[in-house]
Write a protein that binds this ligand. Sequence first.
Ligand code: SER
Length: 353
Amino acid sequence: MNDTSLTPTTPTGHRRSSAVLITGAGGEVGHGLIDALHAQGREEIVAIDIRELEPAMRDKCRETFVGDICDPLLLGRLLAMYEITEIYHLAALLSTRAEYAPESAHEVNVGGTLNLLRLASEQARSHGRKVKFIYPSSIAVYGMPDLDTKAKAGAVTEDEYLNPTTMYGCNKLYGEHLGRYYARHYRQLAQDRIPDVLDFRCVRYPGLISPHTVPSGGTSDFGPEMIHAAAAGKPYKCFVRESARIPFMTMGEAIEATLALGAADAKRLTRCVYNIGAFSPTAGEFADAVREAFPGADISFKPDVQRQAIVDSWPEEVDWSAATRDWDYKPGKGFKQAFEEDLLPPIRARYTG
Ligand code: SER
């Protein structure tokens, strides 16, 4: 598209400054992403979160907003003040939290996503260039029918077993479809339609493990919780059984992959949604590695039937060959190596420092 009829100015006539918008900036992925973008010298980060960001994070942003992505006034202010060229839409209620308040989760996860997609298309219409919209989705979009199928399925492709059992999974799957719709078919019958307003790219994360932050509200949290508890010298009761297996990766690799997809050559991208992942230890193997690193670690297994069922509905492994083919994605290290080299040293430093 190339409609520059509307000049990007503020209501007072000043030229709007360009911005990379990050929603849910205070969450685990937000932390990693702001650090990485700041390290790349990006000075135009504008962040939104429902809570005030820590000062160290705020310092890396041009501006931060405390507010709700469902609030049209806040989004209107953003639209008036900034020329948004790129959006990382991270804000979401994760799978465990969402099961306690499914309708609120729907409001944030679907309503918020719709608001951001609309904001992106209005931005694109106003400044005449496509807006890049990066949307992290999740292994929660899958719904394996039973354990036997899960064990036999191996690495599942992006288009298989899409029958999520959680509100979060349903919301993420629909978010993927909405993004594709806005990118390819938005207002397809309207006379004044401007095609190609959005460059929507979605990466499906496995469970993520950050050495710097402890997750909350998710169902893959048992992995990172186990390591952080052991490093902090606290006992940990794992809420899934030892044989539970889902894919994981380190936060560092997830951020790297997200930025790589964002930077990929659009001509090579054959789809909107890509799986990524790195390793799939069982919860028992996770515990063994943690006990080896922290010999006094007190880890026990007390499966919670409902949360276990959610983990059972997620695949053991995902097939990331489309990401490799289209944007050269390659997972870096295996579980033991990533654990020892990328997770343990910063986690030890965090709890002893
Ligand atoms: N970490 C997410 C959750 O547990 C899944 O991707 O909800």
